[in-house]
Design a protein around this ligand. Structure first.
Ligand code: COA
Length: 159
């Protein structure tokens, strides 16, 4: 089924939250435990916070929508520190993974911020599938960080 990538609107918040809840459980419960995965989802993805991000300046809040209407992907990036572009979230529904959608979302984010020449993101330590994906996108590990007790790897690439 064809999938369109577009800027989000307020009606997308509920399906994006559902997508994030499902993917936080699938991705982080095996690494951090289900309770912690749920706690982090609730901390970072409150509906009001996501709604503010849609309107945020120098940022892109994208969704990937199947022709039938289902939201199967979401990505959010901020260029507030341009020329540094910061990828905050990139999530593709399990049923839609390995079909190039993550790559398309990532390219769409970069294309919307041509004033940036370096991209940074964090991957939770132990999320080996995401690490493999970002390595395939020419990112390299440049450091580590810890936020809310979660250890992450910092990845970067040039434009
Ligand atoms: C990581 C994620 C966004 C990748 O999206 P995707 O649409 O599945 O990725 P693509 O189809 O564009 O993959 C492109 C390439 O990345 C690599 N790759 C992607 N997923 C991979 C995996 N699970 N294992 C190994 N390599 C992988 C492959 O080289 C792939 O090319 P190929 O399918 O021709 O072999 C998606 O798997 C996802 O949402 N995962 C759960 C949430 C998550 O971890 N998000 C990232 C948080 S930092």
């Amino acid at each position: 089924m064809p999938v369109e990538i577009r800027a989000a609107c307020p009606d997308d918040i509920a399906p994006v939250r559902t997508l994030l809840a499902d993917l936080y459980d699938a991705t982080y419960a095996p690494i951090l435990g289900s309770d912690r995965a749920l706690e982090l989802h609730e901390r970072w993805h409150a509906a009001e916070a996501l709604a503010c991000q849609i309107d945020q300046e120098r940022a892109s809040f994208l969704v990937a929508q199947e022709a039938g209407g289902r939201i199967v992907g979401h990505a959010f990036a901020s260029a507030v520190q341009a020329p540094l572009l910061f990828f905050v979230r990139l999530y593709v529904a399990g049923s839609a993974q390995r079909r190039g959608l993550g790559s398309r979302l990532l390219d769409a984010l970069a294309a919307r911020h041509p004033d940036t020449d370096r991209t940074r993101l964090y991957v939770v330590a132990g999320n080996d599938a995401a690490l493999a994906f970002y390595r395939a996108q020419n990112f390299t590990i440049v450091g580590e960080a810890e936020e809310a007790g979660v250890r992450s790897l910092r990845l970067e690439r040039g434009a």
